[in-house]
Design a binder for this molecule. Structure first.
Ligand code: TXA
Ligand code: MG
Length: 538
């Protein structure tokens, strides 16, 4: 029976089906769920049969009021209250020691229970209509990608359940964040829409279960049984590729008969059929689209898929966690070398960080210095500038920077024209420098580039490293370094991109406020870039 989440009669019908021991697929903000009365053991048992799910994999119990939590657990600790206050209703599941009310079938033999208060209005309305908490795993057949649209649910579950309730597309797109509070310190078992950083901001210390990033070792017990099963797999063989947009695309272009699961930034370089799952810099959109993209690759009949490795920061950790499972932990790194973009606002202390990176054996290219060198302003470039801004910007073919700045920055069009002329030259000069560094035996090259994104240099970077510092600290540094007045320094900072412009795009963020130990902060970055790519950045 196909029903609508917008229709109150339909909601009541689903409530009645569930109360009577039936099954229904229902929307939530994360993914669709396959629900049954959580307090009815035999009803819950039917979920496992409908999904083809191993019975030792426990289910999440969904509630629609905070006070429904207490009867399900032995006690409600302060940490649970704090998390609920911060993130409920929403995409967070908490694991706590269970009460006798929770049937064996729900907890899969464990003495804990997972509880979530979803924010989707139709999910809340169904739980209210049923009058009982609902046990609900994702509404996919076991092992398949989770359903994020009603079409996915129909494809997997038609004929297997009493009702399918349409609630539109899921906004978060990946399953809820799962944290266990049954142990000290609290531990992240599954990343999702609520990020590790958000949890740490509320609880302080939160550990990350090894299964979040790594393949579970043979014979090891999974803290969250769901993590031990092959998961999220489309029919195609998926391989993750850890590379810059250019390198990723070159690699994929050499492969026959494959599909690319790529970012927006890769599209212009790709010559193979591709499906983009969002901007490289927008983990939330990637999360929203990932499962849909995996379903679509199935529909396209894709057999081999090369997916561009996502960032692991913020919601990115959830995207990475799902994709690495879809890929059966296969990651390829094309090429022998790696380019890292080093960005951040003025005064953040990028040079200090550069120093440490050089010490660690990286080549660092100072793109700012390069920009002021004849390598960029060659004869062809000078000629173009003269054509655009007049002979006087380079009398006798010698660049007069002041005259150029005066002329080019007098209007937005002038600035744009200047960039059109100069950015390709910068890119060319930087490429030459990268080539020289590699020829000189370096394997990792950092580009210290204030306008990395504006110049399009990010397309050669496999990772982005942002350096930040509090504004007052940056001001202080600029004053000391450049010998300008405070007013001039403030103007300069105000004219620049704000810090989030850089951190939003970064794979790693180094806080260089002064007292923090940069070496400690850089250790995981070095490990990630030098090593197997499996470490957690910060
Ligand atoms: O967003 C979600 O959480 C979706 C929607 C429908 O709410 N549900 C969902 O359920 O993803 P499911 O069953 O696909 O994933 C539940 C995860 C599994 O990895 C399971 O092993 C884990 O939570 N889990 C459940 N109870 C647990 C427990 N007591 N201890 C440890 N892990 C538990
Ligand atoms: Mg699932």
């Amino acid at each position: 029976m196909l029903l609508s989440g917008d229709n109150t009669n339909d909601i009541e019908r689903v409530g009645a089906i569930l109360r009577a021991g039936g099954l229904a697929a229902i929307p939530t903000e994360t993914v669709y769920g396959l629900a049954a009365n959580a307090l009815d053991g035999p009803a819950v048992k039917r979920i496992f049969a409908a999904k083809g799910r191993p019975s030792d994999n426990p289910l999440i119990v969904h509630i629609c009021r905070f006070d429904q939590l207490a009867p399900l657990v032995r006690e409600v600790p302060e940490a649970a209250e704090k998390l609920a206050k911060a993130f409920w209703p929403g995409p967070l599941t908490m694991i706590l020691p269970k009460s006798a009310l929770v049937p064996e079938e729900v907890s899969g033999g464990l003495d804990t229970v997972a509880v979530r208060f979803p924010s989707h209005p139709a999910a809340q309305a169904v739980i209210r209509a049923a009058g009982v908490p609902l046990a609900a795993p994702s509404a996919n057949l076991s092992g398949r990608p989770s359903p994020t649209t009603f079409a996915h649910v129909k494809a997997d579950l038609t004929g297997r359940v009493e009702a399918l309730l349409d609630g539109g597309d899921c906004q978060v797109g990946v399953e809820s964040t799962v944290i266990t509070l049954a142990e000290e310190p609290p531990r992240l078992l599954r990343p999702g829409g609520i990020t590790l950083g958000q949890l740490q901001a509320v609880l302080g210390r939160v550990e990350v279960d090894p299964a979040v990033l790594h393949r579970l070792e043979e014979g090891k017990k999974a803290a969250s049984p769901g993590m031990k099963y092959k998961h999220y797999a489309p029919k195609a063989d998926v391989v993750l590729v850890d590379a810059s947009p250019e390198e990723y695309s070159n690699y994929v272009n050499q492969k026959d008969g494959c599909h690319a699961l790529c970012f927006e930034e890769d599209r212009s370089f790709l010559q193979r059929p591709f499906l983009s799952y969002g901007s490289r810099y927008d983990s939330k959109i990637q999360a929203q689209r990932l499962f849909s993209a995996l379903h679509e690759l199935d529909l396209l009949g894709a057999e081999k898929v090369y997916a561009h490795l996502p960032s692991k920061r913020g919601v990115g950790l959830a995207v990475y966690n799902r994709l690495i499972r879809a890929a059966g932990f296969q990651v390829e790194v094309p090429g022998e070398h790696f380019v890292v973009g080093l960005v951040g606002p003025s005064g953040a202390g990028k040079s200090t960080v550069s120093g440490f990176l050089k010490e660690a054996g990286w080549a660092v290219i100072d793109c700012d210095a390069l920009t002021r060198s004849p390598a960029v302003y060659n004869a062809a470039c000078i000629l173009e500038l003269q054509e655009a801004f007049g002979e006087e910007v380079a009398p006798g073919s010698v660049l007069d920077r002041k005259a150029l700045a005066k002329s080019a920055f007098s209007s937005p069009e002038g600035k744009k024209r200047l960039e059109e002329i100069v950015f390709p030259q910068i890119t060319r000069a930087v490429r030459e420098k990268i080539g020289a560094a590699l020829a000189g035996g370096f394997r990792i090259v950092a580009l210290d580039a204030p306008t990395l994104f504006e110049a399009g240099l990010d397309s050669v970077c496999g990772k982005i490293l942002a350096v930040t510092a509090p504004e007052e600290v940056r001001l202080e540094r600029i004053l000391r370094r450049d010998g300008i007045t405070e007013e001039q320094a403030r103007l300069r900072l105000a004219a620049q991109k704000n810090e989030s412009f850089y951190t939003d795009r970064a794979d790693f963020v180094i806080e260089n406020g002064g007292d923090a130990d940069l070496r400690d902060q850089l250790a995981p970055v070095l490990e990630d870039v030098n090593g197997d790519g499996g470490e957690l950045p910060l």
